[in-house]
Ligand binder design. Structure first.
Ligand SMILES: [Zn+2]
Length: 204
């Protein structure tokens, strides 16, 4: 039985590299894969592709709000048997689109591997991630670490002038950078708590 997978992490954890490697493993065995990437922040005329920081790249179809992913995959599958579907930037899926992907696994028996961010820079779930956490058969955390060595589960947005953004749109299109942190250091960087206020609370 095919399954719907959600591989989630913070920024810079190597999710895209994992996706491209997994797709390559299918193709190496002569199987066909279909790749999707979010088209929300790309021009309609742009070529769709997925690229990772270590230089791997593959062509991909773009998904946008309003696309019925079940229909698109089913139509493609009719002309060319598809063995696995990969979705990068799956945090941008709508809830309905996650249901469409669930139907791809349930009705077409094709595994669907989604990769994406769990939370935004303010610590809230993305729409697609919320639905995937609810509906996926398998949840897999892609681990990366904070500067302190703890697991990084949160991300801060650094503005072009080097400050930590505390407000703003969920997605910024510009020269922002992102840093992955553990929850403790994220709260400090976001200005929600001050480390010095907790001195003396720990048991000796
Ligand atoms: Zn930390």
């Amino acid at each position: 039985m095919a399954k719907l997978y959600f591989h989630y992490a913070t920024m810079n954890a190597g999710k895209t590299t994992m996706l491209l490697q997994a797709s390559h493993n299918y193709r190496e065995r002569g199987m066909h894969t279909m790749l999707f990437v979010a088209g929300h922040y790309r021009k309609a005329s742009d070529r769709g592709y997925i690229s990772s920081r270590i230089g791997l790249e593959a062509d991909a179809e773009m998904f946008r709000e309003g696309d019925d992913l079940f229909d698109r995959i089913a139509e493609h599958h009719r002309s060319r048997t598809t063995h696995c579907v990969f979705v990068d930037e799956s945090q941008f899926l709508l809830e309905e689109q996650v249901w469409q992907l669930a139907r791809v696994t349930d009705r077409l028996d094709i595994p669907v591997m989604c990769y994406g961010l769990r939370t935004d820079f303010q610590g809230s779930l993305f729409t697609g991630s919320r639905a995937l956490l609810a509906l996926a058969d398998e949840l897999r955390e892609v681990r990366t670490i904070c500067r302190c060595g703890r697991k990084a589960t949160m991300v801060v947005r650094i503005t072009p002038d080097g400050k930590v953004a505390r407000e703003g749109d969920q997605v910024a299109i510009g020269k922002e950078a992102y840093v992955s942190l553990c929850r403790k250091h994220w709260e400090e960087e976001m200005g929600r708590v001050r480390a010095e206020d907790f001195i003396g609370f720990a048991a000796r």
